[in-house]
Design a protein around this ligand. Structure first.
Ligand code: AVJ
Length: 342
């Protein structure tokens, strides 16, 4: 907090805050959270078609592996989105100003290393910056870096699993909220779930949002898409397999990483990249109270990453209740940035 200090009637500003506020609402160490996580993982693992939700990629190492993915040649989304921001930040700032939003509260959903917001903050001049991520320790470090770059910015970091429910504490400024959902992370939801999530943000009584700045990956040729999720170096394979190590920690299970193979494919009918882990031999996994056998070739579904068309995303945003929808894209139309007002 940057409150003025009152000395003999003189108001002397304090030096800038050196560390951001941080509120952790996702505490794996708390028995209640640990129990519901164990239930969720068990349910997915004992199902006929086994699955683990993609939020379980992001332990400390997972967040670092994802950061490495964003630097790969094959992984075009991060680079392409950054290019759109660079080319269009003045138009984006003008769009917000036209909507009467001058000092937004920028709420960064799945902020990770906060790199995208760091590039945007000098152009949007937020009053408050609220990075949110499930990877709590990683986010703490990133929020401190942002504070170093912008010493006077009011930052409220939130450790939170917002895929379940987006509930913001009262420390988050309630006026001029702009939700920032970059990187195409909305693509992890099915279109139905995405609609529900967007409806929640667009509902004035719930999100108290003025608008949404959304980055979304677009449908393109299968070769480009599949290469982005199966890179030559094997970083995405490591990112996918690391999920098993995180599950071992959370569930006390005994997955052996070497028994699994990374699979990424574009499911054109559903317009989504799918990632799976495939058993390379007959094997069994044990955790307290359970055992699951896998046949060689059997898979655990770990991620869907839906790809949209410009028209499809515009329709979804309209259906969710947003207005004045605009978008910016790169010359190849590989990625799009949408503005949607409430
Ligand atoms: C963080 C969900 C946007 O789907 O492209 C990257 C995650 N998975 N490589 C994506 C991811 C494999 C990423 N999102």
């Amino acid at each position: 907090m940057n409150l003025p200090l009152n000395l003999a009637g003189l108001s002397v500003p304090l030096p800038p805050a050196s560390s951001p506020q941080f509120i952790n609402l996702y505490t794996e160490s708390q028995p209640r959270q640990a129990l519901s996580t164990a239930r969720e993982l068990t349910e997915g693992l004992i199902a006929g078609k086994a699955s683990v939700a993609p939020k379980f990629f992001y332990d400390g190492l997972g967040s670092k592996l994802f950061e490495a993915i964003t630097e790969l040649d094959e992984y075009y989304p991060t680079r392409t989105e950054a290019g759109i921001f660079e080319a269009c930040h003045a138009q984006i700032a003008a769009t917000l100003a036209e909507a009467g939003i001058h000092r937004p509260c920028l709420i960064d959903l799945g902020a990770g290393n906060c790199a995208k917001a760091t590039a945007l903050i000098p152009h949007l001049h937020p009053d408050q910056y609220v990075p949110i991520d499930i990877s709590v320790e990683f986010l703490k470090g990133a929020a401190e870096q942002v504070q170093n770059s912008f010493p006077t910015l009011d930052i409220v970091g939130l450790g939170m699993d917002f895929s379940a429910r987006l509930m913001l504490p009262e420390e988050v400024q309630s006026h001029d909220r702009v939700f920032f959902y970059p990187g195409s992370s909305l693509g992890n939801f099915s279109p139905d779930e995405a609609l529900q999530f967007l409806q929640h943000i667009a509902n004035p009584a719930q999100g108290k949002a003025r608008g949404l700045l959304l980055g979304i990956d677009l449908v393109k040729d299968t070769v480009t898409l599949e290469a982005a999720y199966d890179d030559a170096l094997g970083v995405t394979a490591a990112f996918n397999k690391n999920l098993l190590l995180n599950v071992n920690t959370l569930l006390q299970s005994d997955f052996k990483v070497r028994q699994w193979r990374h699979v990424a494919l574009f499911n054109a009918a559903q317009s989504r990249i799918e990632m799976h882990l495939e058993a390379t031999c007959d094997l069994s996994v044990r955790w307290p109270g359970h055992e699951r056998r896998f046949r060689a070739g059997e898979r655990i579904h770990t991620e869907n990453s839906y790809k949209y068309t410009l028209e499809g995303m515009k329709a979804l945003l309209q259906q969710a209740g947003f207005r004045h929808i605009q978008h910016w894209t790169d010359p190849n139309q590989w990625f799009a940035l949408f503005w949607a007002a409430v």
